[in-house]
Design a protein around this ligand. Sequence first.
Ligand code: FMN
Length: 273
Amino acid sequence: MSEFNLSEQAYLDMDEVEFRARFRERTHHTLEIQVYHAAYRNKTLSNRQADTVKKLCRIWVKRGISTEQHDYKTAQKLIEFAEAMAAEKSIDLSPYAPHPVSKPQEKSFFNIIHERRSVREFKKDRVGDELIDKILDAGIWAAHSCNLQSIRYLVVREETSPGLFRGSDIPGGPVHLVICQDFRVYRANPYNPVRNRLLDAGAAAQNIALAAHAAGLEGVWLTFTDKIKERLIKKFDLPEYVEPVTYVDIGYGDQTPYPLLRPQVKDVVLGRG
Ligand SMILES: Cc1cc2nc3c(=O)[nH]c(=O)nc-3n(C[C@H](O)[C@H](O)[C@H](O)COP(=O)(O)O)c2cc1C
């Protein structure tokens, strides 16, 4: 048994968050990468390639977790591909091709990148829950190391929980989106460098900041003081394995700051090999 292939009992005994993280990690490293590599090169796949994931699927069912969950459904699709390829059938990935990006869409995308600003003053208008969830969803769709999915959120409205963020260098609000991480997921891969953890949170936060602007809001990515963090942990009774890592305040912007101009690409490329 390696640290990746545990006994069935160990998989049954661990908490569900760790089990599902291990399930996704194994799916990613023992199936997903191999399937797409072989499909692209018209190579066949061993009929044992999906064994690890199949075993984890059986344990999934034994644990009584819903087979409608995203991670299980993804694994099933990859098993389906792997079985077809092991039988020397080609797989059709064309239904999963992204919509072609039109020129106007491309322009809008880069406008969103260039016109997002840190906006620190907000109107009083209430931000609807649906809009908040749409923005949080953008954070979940960020890349994540080993597909471990550590991201968790706290949504704090200043009007509902006033003062939790006092001590921040700006008044902020009206909605504080706190990006937390459930660090239990990282037990699934001890070789994932520790710095990836912060990058995972940063990727989610960046998507959130961009999505807020794309959705007609504005926002600012902010820094916790230890006191703010402690207040959040206490208020939401967070266990020790869940940590608030960073936060983005959003709302309807009431300020249009001059863009903080950036260096040109040629001035920041240190080398081209
Ligand atoms: C990790 C991180 C922490 C930040 N913390 C703060 C902060 O504590 N207070 C603040 O006013 N802005 C904060 N910002 C926003 C930056 O000041 C801002 O992004 C930067 O000045 C560039 O301006 P722009 O976002 O308008 O392009 C933070 C940004 C990042 C990425």
